[in-house]
Design a protein around this ligand. Structure first.
Ligand code: ATP
Length: 429
């Protein structure tokens, strides 16, 4: 069947943030790309009550756009069209009227914001070509044990993406990377980072990933402008549990849940995505693993016993504990001590910072940090737990000083681990 123009975005655009001279718009992707991938979006604006539409841009490559230069207290409406190689779709449903002002729109709730990847779900097959023929590689975004992650732009579509470079010197390394690609193919969910393309040439493997620009979740919460309360923590935990629930429904264990693997979609957004499926495994009876990051390891990993879906939920409990308190429940002076604390399941809420924290949140953590993995809550049970289910009124500010200290410590650890890894993994770009 010949390709045709795409369908418009599945719903109207929303205002993610409103200022007196700027509106940050977001919208969902198309319902059908017409048989040719959506390469960009056209944004149109209508001012006041007039019905005359002005094209603002045809060069937007993600599902959000900051409309600048607006007049304070003026009302605007927007509509968005999808573009593919054949042409431009009909416009989307028109947005609600939005008043440019320094307050958040009354009807705006971040949870209603469309939750899409910057591209439609796609089937990826590893290509044996040179990545640089198709993508322009830009600045470094981060470093991990297995290599570096750089920003990149697809030459054809001008889409902004991320390229994860992995040096696969041994056949086993290559297999691991192919395994990560296979796993990512079954993990198509808004809370899980999406794969766009993949390359394998010689010893070099490159995964082209959805680009998320908001940085690590813990860096966001320590930002001066961020108000960290229990309510915000529930918003993050709910999204983490949604992502993990989907993974588990696909029979996949993440096995490396930790703060660095939770990224914010954009600066100033509380929407998150879980990344790094490098250690993920398809669940099977008798599965044992000996990998992960010490502070977040469940007792059954430390003792090399059989793991289960609730092995990830232990780590979710540790992340929640750290987010609420800035303290790491099992952290010892060295890895050995940390492992020993985990095996003894030695942790508590004794620090005075827990005096201000609700019993509901403590019950939530207690139901995850249980030695017996069959007694821990599943991701689905977490989502139905009162702490996450009820809309919290509490706005008591949590102390960011300890979280800052924690983040700085982890930065040092990460830099140290990356240097250690770089001795083994040479960059090749
Ligand atoms: P680890 O040592 O944690 O196992 P890794 O080698 O598997 O790491 P990732 O965790 O996937 O690599 O990425 C390393 C860092 O790069 C992340 O912590 C993050 O800061 C950044 N990063 C990764 N993917 C993206 C992305 N899609 N968009 C933006 N930044 C990213």
């Amino acid at each position: 069947m010949p390709a045709e123009v795409p369908e418009p975005p599945a719903n109207k655009p929303y205002a993610a943030k409103v200022f007196k001279d700027m509106i940050n718009l977001v919208w969902p992707g198309t319902t059908y790309d017409g048989g040719s991938i959506v390469t960009g979006y056209q944004i149109e604006m209508c001012e006041g009550t007039k019905n005359s539409w002005k094209v603002l841009t045809k060069n937007v490559f993600s599902t959000s756009y900051a409309v600048k230069g607006l007049k304070d207290n003026s009302t605007y409406k927007f509509r968005v069209s999808c573009i593919n190689a054949i042409g431009t779709s009909k416009p989307s449903i028109v947005s609600e009227p939005i008043v440019a002002s320094d307050s958040k729109g009354d009807d705006y709730d971040e949870e209603d914001e469309p939750d899409e990847a910057s591209f439609e779900p796609r089937k990826v097959k590893t290509r044996k070509e040179n990545v640089k023929e198709f993508y322009e590689i830009r600045e470094e975004l981060g470093k991990g044990k297995f290599g570096t992650v750089n920003k990149c732009v697809e030459k054809k579509s001008k889409k902004m993406l991320a390229a994860k470079f992995i040096k696969a010197e041994k056949p086993a390394d290559k297999k691991e990377c192919e395994h990560e690609i296979e796993i990512m193919m079954v993990l198509q969910h808004p809370k899980l980072l999406q794969l766009y393309d993949a390359f394998a040439t010689g010893n070099n493997m490159v995964m082209i990933l959805e680009y998320v620009s908001g940085g690590e979740l813990f860096e966001r919460v320590i930002d001066e402008s961020f108000d960290l309360t229990e309510k915000e923590v529930t918003f993050f935990m709910r999204q983490i549990c949604e992502g993990v629930k989907f993974m588990h429904a696909q029979k996949v264990l993440h096995l490396d849940m930790k703060p660095e693997n939770i990224l914010c979609v954009r600066k100033n957004s509380n929407k998150i995505k879980i990344i790094d499926f490098g250690l993920a495994q398809v669940m099977k009876k008798g599965l044992k693993v000996s990998c992960g990051t010490p502070e977040f390891l469940a007792p059954e990993v430390v003792s090399y016993d059989e793991v289960s879906y609730t092995t990830d939920m232990w780590a979710v409990g540790v992340i929640c504990y750290v987010l609420l308190s800035g303290l790491s429940p099992f952290m010892g002076d060295n890895e050995g001590e940390t492992m020993s604390n985990i095996l003894k399941v030695e942790w508590d809420f004794d620090d005075e910072c827990f005096d201000e924290i609700s019993d509901l949140s403590k019950n939530f953590i207690e139901s995850l940090l249980k030695e017996d993995k069959s007694e821990r809550m599943t991701a689905d049970q977490c989502l139905n737990n009162d702490w996450l289910k009820k809309e919290l009124k509490s706005t008591h500010a949590l102390s960011k000083a300890r979280i800052k200290k924690y983040v700085i410590k982890r930065r040092w650890q990460k830099a140290f681990n990356a240097v250690r890894a770089m001795i083994r993994v040479k960059r090749f770009i």
